[in-house]
Design a protein. Structure first.
Length: 146
């Protein structure tokens, strides 16, 4: 299998060089596209107003597909969900793209050098539901929008 990654470039300030503001996500492989329910995003936005360890901000400047075989998929917009587990400090995240007629689908996983496991749609949905029902289990949850 050829390796495809997505480089997410974040907007910088005048004081920070933009080369330092990137994350690389490994292409998420699944038998079927895994859709992200819209309620996850709206719930995270709502919870961020009440819970200090959840932050939502708009900062994605560009997403670039890099690797051996380009998929040439077109996405309307992107967002990133990054979370840090409180019990062990492990950081993980997903890159999500919106496709016309399909909705929000997972397209990448972070960190990119981690071995990608095969997730079932149910496992992913459970993970996202856990973010909104048990935010106290995370030291930080970030939703970054384009």
């Amino acid at each position: 299998m050829n390796s495809i990654n997505y480089k997410v470039i974040f907007k910088g300030s005048k004081d920070i060089e933009s080369e330092n503001l990137t994350l690389t996500f490994k292409k998420f492989h699944s038998k079927n596209n895994i859709k992200v329910p819209i309620k996850i995003i709206s719930e995270l936005k709502s919870l961020s107003k009440k819970i200090s360890n959840i932050v939502v901000f708009k900062n994605i400047e560009e997403v670039i597909e890099i690797g051996n075989n380009y998929s040439r998929d077109l996405y309307n917009y992107y967002y990133v969900i990054i979370y840090i587990y409180k019990f062990d400090g492990k950081k993980e995240g997903f890159l999500i793209g919106n496709k016309k007629k399909m909705g929000d689908v997972i397209i990448g996983m972070w960190p990119f050098d981690k071995e990608i496991m095969e997730f079932s749609p149910g496992e992913i949905l459970d993970l996202f539901n856990n973010l909104i029902t048990k935010p106290h289990e995370y030291s930080n949850i970030s939703l970054i929008l384009s």
